[in-house]
Ligand binder design. Structure first.
Ligand code: HAM
Length: 453
């Protein structure tokens, strides 16, 4: 609250609006239906692959992210929301938390392979822009305990199927980051290459030349991009096992008819990756091209104090998925979250009869809206249109006295008489039949008075 200084002679106190924190967004009722559709699509598709849901806390010990994501990454260096005095941080991603829970509860003891997913908010202190928030949501999937290349292909196929389920297009790029035996010699060769050209590198790449040289490969700076075109490729330096693994992932994707291209410059911003990495990309979101991304992290579970198990996963950025869906539905229209029926009771007298009917219909599962203001028919029909109802049942005092209401098809399909005879169950049965399209179209011989508005 801000108070006007007394010296001005004004006594009025002005209450300033409190706004949300930059980069933290409300999800308003107009878009929650779309969010639900996305989450339901994920659950539907993931169930086909035997994935089971896990939910972990949003706060973890900072050490968990330092050890998994890596100290020299942007996420850990600059983007974590950390309570330094308590040694805890808000999770910037879900993989580390899922693995911590997996280890802590000894899930591997019960069965060798675990397929887990979670949906929830993550936190990164990045510069907000379209498709990039400080609180954002991920749909994260992990397969723990399997290192076969077919598992990589299956997981990628699941990501593709999720996007297909929503009708979203995205290209797929894959790469291999090798393993703990072939990556170190490659890194050394890359450092030598970069050191010789350090003057041409951007400040960030020069700074992390020794700690994280691979990041130069996917740096957005035009100078770095041009320079690394000549850099040695990790794909040419994979050990035979990693080479075979990568080859088989590609063959399995081909066999399933999943198109992809190999991008040898993809390194990912998190340190835990080994072997297969992949990204689903779109050209429709400006600078934020990655809708989802992931990869293998063999060795990480052991580094976090768990058993020596392999793992692979991905995360979709739900805000980005939602933006794409919104764009698509602007062109194709969306399955609206409308009501089934609006019960219009002009005047006060029929309110209780309509309320009783509405309650009965809702208990049967119908989506029913009503207006209790007692406003006239024109106003009620405006409300009905706003509610997105498929039908409006006009049942004022007169209609109840006559025993016959008017049922209006809100998509412009005319109107018909609707008998109010029989009990609630009978009325429900006839309305439900109508909504399921079991009855004929609008009755052109309707004798009811034409509706206004
Ligand atoms: P990531 O690439 O950091 O990977 O994030 C995955 C996805 O989350 C991105 O492709 C993007 O769609 C979304 N995302 C990331 N940051 C933001 C942001 N600030 N605002 C909006 N969306 C964002 C991971 O997080 C890994 N944990 C994925 C993984 C799972 N790897 C193995 N298992």
């Amino acid at each position: 609250m801000w108070a006007v200084p007394e010296s001005t002679g004004m006594r009025k106190e002005i209450f300033l609006k409190i706004q949300s924190v930059n980069g933290f967004k409300d999800i308003l009722p107009d878009s929650t239906a779309r969010w639900r559709r996305v989450e339901e699509a994920a659950r539907r598709v993931f169930a086909r692959f035997g994935m089971r849901e896990i939910r972990t806390p949003v706060l973890e010990k900072t050490e968990l992210f330092v050890r998994s994501i890596g100290e020299a990454t942007d996420v850990v260096e600059k983007e974590m929301y950390t309570f330094a005095d308590k040694g805890i941080s808000m999770r910037p991603e879900a993989t580390a938390s899922i693995l911590r829970a997996f280890i802590e509860h000894g899930l591997h003891v019960r069965q060798p392979v675990h397929r887990l997913y979670t949906i929830g908010p993550m936190f990164r202190h990045e510069r907000p822009q379209k498709g990039r928030l400080r609180q954002f949501h991920q749909l994260d999937a992990e397969i723990i305990g399997a290192n076969e290349p077919y598992v990589d292909a299956e997981l990628i196929a699941m990501g593709r199927m999720f996007l297909d389920e929503l009708g979203l297009a995205a290209s797929l790029e894959i790469n291999s980051l090798g393993c703990h035996s072939c990556r170190p010699p490659y890194k050394a060769a890359l450092v030598r290459f970069l050191e010789e050209r350090a003057d041409g590198l951007c400040g960030d790449c020069r700074r992390r030349l020794h700690a994280n040289p691979l990041r130069a490969l996917d740096c957005k700076n035009p100078g770095c991009r041009a320079l690394v075109l000549e850099a040695p490729s990790l794909l040419d330096n994979l050990c035979p096992e990693c080479g075979r693994h990568f080859q088989e992932v590609g063959e399995a994707l081909d066999a399933m008819g999943i198109a992809f291209c190999v991008n040898r410059f993809m390194v990912r911003g998190l340190d835990y990756y080994t072997r297969t990495t992949f990204e689903f990309l779109t050209g429709d979101l400006g600078a934020q091209a990655a809708v989802g991304a992931g990869g293998r992290y063999d060795g990480l579970i052991e580094e976090l104090g768990g058993p020596p198990l392999a793992g692979i996963g991905f995360a979709m950025g739900l805000e980005r998925v939602l933006l794409l869906l919104e764009q698509k539905e602007k062109e194709t229209g969306s399955p609206e979250e409308g009501m089934d029926l609006f019960l219009a009771a002009p005047g006060q007298e029929a309110l209780v009869s309509c309320l009783t009917l509405a309650h009965f219909l809702r208990a049967k599962g119908m989506r029913v809206a009503m207006d209790y203001s007692g406003r006239g028919l024109k106003g009620q029909l405006k409300q009905a249109a706003r509610s997105g109802a498929r039908y409006t049942l006009i049942a004022g005092e007169e209609e109840w006295a006559r025993g016959e209401a008017v049922l209006r098809d809100m998509s412009g399909g005319g109107q018909r008489p609707f008998s109010l005879a029989g009990g609630l169950e009978e009325r429900y049965r006839r309305l439900a039949g109508l909504l399921q399209g079991a009855e004929d179209g609008p009755d052109e011989n309707c004798t009811a008075p034409p509706c206004q508005g």
